[in-house]
Design a protein around this ligand. Sequence first.
Ligand SMILES: O=P(O)(O)O[C@@H]1[C@@H](OP(=O)(O)O)[C@H](OP(=O)(O)O)[C@H](O)[C@H](OP(=O)(O)O)[C@H]1OP(=O)(O)O
Ligand SMILES: Nc1ncnc2c1ncn2[C@@H]1O[C@H](COP(=O)(O)OP(=O)(O)OP(=O)(O)O)[C@@H](O)[C@H]1O
Length: 429
Amino acid sequence: MTSIVSSWVDKEDWKFFRCGRRHILFEPVGKLSCSRGKLLRVRNKNTRQFSTLSVEEEQRFVREFFGAILGLSYLPQTKVVSVSAEFLHKLSQSLYSSQVTHHHLPEREVDDSCTAVIVVDDLRKISSSASVTEQLFCIEWKPKYVLLPRSRLIPLPISKYKYRYYRCNLKQNVPEESNLKSCYHPPDIFSFETDRVRTAFVSLLRCRSKYLQLLHPIETEPLASSILETNLDILVEIIRKEACLLMSLRKIQQLDILDYYGAKLALEKLHILNECTDLEKLERRVYEKTASSGWLEEELEYLNGHGDIIFHSDEEEEQTKMQWCLDKDSSKLEESFHRARSYLLSLSSAELERFLGDFLYSTIMKDCSIIITFKASEDSDFSSSDKWKTLSMGQRTYYYSISIIDLEPKSLKKLNTWLENDEFLFLSL
Ligand SMILES: O=P(O)(O)O[C@@H]1[C@@H](OP(=O)(O)O)[C@H](OP(=O)(O)O)[C@H](O)[C@H](OP(=O)(O)O)[C@H]1OP(=O)(O)O
Ligand SMILES: Nc1ncnc2c1ncn2[C@@H]1O[C@H](COP(=O)(O)OP(=O)(O)OP(=O)(O)O)[C@@H](O)[C@H]1O
């Protein structure tokens, strides 16, 4: 993918919109009509040490890999645009305006060593021509850690906790054992049963989780939560209708048969744990990948063939693993870990590299966001399309659109951080 030089991006004035850890987003002030309905996504300088690929290479991977598996209509349209250092400097300066610096947000500074930015559809807007958006709701849900790990490659004592607790709960509040039970239970969503899906979202709402947010209309708490709650039935129905997409997403998350510690072992075996150049070469190979629509099922079948590394996902094995944890049967957990470790160390470099690739695809998918936009269908000018689907509920019909964002490559250079996070979360229980 080659970036295009745009004649309008640097002529628009952009103001800070939001940021994550890796990108800073800007929205147009509205000087030019062609910028309507667009956002600018710019790399954050503070995470530069983790990027192996260029902006263009990352976007190509997202499109040709995840786009092929999930369907391109589920990805927001993006364009990579070449910009001058001067333009990036101007954007950077705009972040120092008083309004922005007062926010308690991750450290941000535009990476002015980049030569390209991403222009992406603003998913809070219906279309670039639509001016009225008051009837529109836009929700962001982060389907993080919806699975318990199935890898045997988790050492004690972390395995005792990791096989039992959903990490998403632990991250929000590290509570008493009794509280854990009443928390958000992600498998409820993936049951696609109305009541269970609803219960899961209500739990997220009640604990004011940052994994469920209202993006439009912009309201502060508690109004934002009350708007979310009022629209929960529509959200639940959309989730049920999109079961196929969500199951694909969950399956990609399941490619994680190495888990973090297994990834460390695999890199050690490949002798590239501390070798930055070799690590970058490996990542390039992983992210050169394109996928076909059947890729995911084939890959899962391949991984399932490595029974010494994984607990199979059938219920009986799940119960066994859980029972070992509940009985505090450390010897069984240890034996299982050592069996997997010896098996892993007997594998070829090509196999280890394939597992590492799958681990990275899964890690990306565990951190994506789903943006759901919907509106009642009173607008007669509006019609359904690939992007806008209809949903009938009682007497009312809605249009909705669902997009997956934040699918850029992650780097194995973050492995130590991931391992430390594990220790921090699970040892503090
Ligand atoms: O590891 P976690 O669970 O803390 O996830 C990080 C996210 O924290 P969260 O759980 O959503 O509060 C974190 O989200 P925030 O920016 O803190 O909202 C990032 O998405 C981070 O990814 P990256 O470093 O930008 O590639 C995420 O890191 P990865 O582990 O996905 O690399
Ligand atoms: N196309 C979009 N339309 C509307 N809002 C968006 C869009 N893309 C991102 N956002 C909002 O901006 C936030 C940050 O964007 P993004 O996820 O791209 O940042 P990031 O730094 O890549 O994230 P992370 O820290 O998770 O790696 C998102 O969580 C979402 O709320």
